[in-house]
Design a protein around this ligand. Structure first.
Ligand SMILES: Nc1ncnc2c1ncn2[C@@H]1O[C@H](COP(=O)(O)OP(=O)(O)OP(=O)(O)O)[C@@H](O)[C@H]1O
Ligand SMILES: [Mg+2]
Length: 311
């Protein structure tokens, strides 16, 4: 497996020529330009390709021995199985050559949504989630995600911090470490459910397309789970975008999905926040600049919510 670049993503010119040729063949025209959008922490190719004639498509590609290829293939299966009208780009194809795999999807045109209080994008995102989770996931989607092993048990951190609390741990966490560890331990069982779950909702995994409005991208972690999961995971993101913890706590109490499942929401927030607190303290991985800084900020946002929920 090639060593990932120490900063930023693989580029179109890093893709082996046989795969580039295969893609141009399938697209029926030459690629004239490739633009890597800002956002995300991955090291794989994720780029908007401009084709001769002006059309654009979006491509994600990595070597086959990179675990991101399995994630991309999973994402392709999900995009293919989502119900009509789901806020996701259309899958255009999967191509393999020279030991690499590329997933091609429709290009969405626009910025990341603005999840700050000043914008209507957060409201639109909640509405999209309501729609997505209002009924059980359709059969083809459930089948597409059924082979992916659950990652719920890997979402934890308080257990490790409890056994050796770091000196810089916020008092709000230190004071209730046993409770937080107990809550996160409950998460893997509560994670079961029959709704569509995107699983990684952040502003940089959404595009506000000029025609479609807010649309979710990066479905690599999609699964089935409880209806409240994506809404709960969006909550700390809204705090990072400038909402107050008080406002978002209220929203979680009022939003139907999270209000109906308060214990599941709390257990998930505990597991996610523990994961952030633990991982933020690890050495930075190669190819993911900014990840640890983000995790420190997210850890603080998650803890602010948990402090309010736990009183
Ligand atoms: N279909 C699309 N059209 C336009 N832009 C897109 C599309 N899909 C993704 N993007 C943009 O590309 C960026 C990277 O894509 P994506 O998040 O899917 O890659 P990733 O490598 O899986 O991400 P991460 O780094 O979050 O693990 C996104 O932040 C988004 O800005
Ligand atoms: Mg992403």
């Amino acid at each position: 497996m090639p060593v990932p670049p120490t900063s930023g993503r693989l580029q179109w010119t890093d893709v082996p020529p046989p795969l580039r040729a295969r893609l141009e063949d399938a697209l029926g025209t030459a690629v004239t330009d490739a633009v890597t959008p800002a956002g995300g922490f991955g090291h794989q190719l994720a780029a908007a390709l401009r084709l001769a004639g002006g059309r654009r498509v979006f491509v994600k590609a990595a070597p086959d021995d990179d675990p991101l290829t399995a994630a991309n293939v999973h994402e392709a299966a999900v995009l293919d199985a989502l119900p009509p009208g789901a806020p996701a780009p259309e899958l255009l194809g999967i191509h393999r050559a020279a030991g690499w795999t590329a997933v091609v999807m429709a290009h969405l045109d626009g910025p990341h949504p603005d999840l700050s209080p000043a914008s209507a994008d957060a409201g639109q995102t909640w509405a999209l989630l309501d729609n997505l989770t209002s009924s059980p996931a359709p059969g083809p989607y459930a089948a597409a995600v059924s082979t992916a092993p659950s990652t719920a048990a890997s979402l934890h951190g308080w257990d490790e911090l409890l056994s050796d609390p770091p000196a810089d741990l916020a008092p709000a966490a230190r004071d209730r470490l046993p409770q937080l560890a107990e809550l996160e331990a409950a998460w893997p069982v509560l994670a079961r459910g029959d709704r569509i779950v995107h699983g990684d909702l952040r502003a940089d995994n959404m595009v506000r397309d000029h025609h479609l409005g807010v649309t979710f991208v990066d479905w690599a972690h999609a699964t089935t789970g409880p209806a409240c999961l994506d809404a709960a995971s969006l909550a700390p993101q809204l705090i990072l975008a400038g909402h107050t913890p008080a406002d978002i706590s209220r929203l979680l109490h009022e939003h139907p999905d999270t209000a109906r499942n308060p214990d599941t929401t709390t257990a998930f927030l505990a597991a996610l926040t523990g994961h952030w607190h633990r991982n933020a303290r690890k050495p930075a991985p190669p190819g993911a600049p900014g990840l640890r800084t983000y995790q420190h900020r997210a850890a603080a946002a998650g803890l602010a919510l948990l402090s309010r929920r736990l009183g």
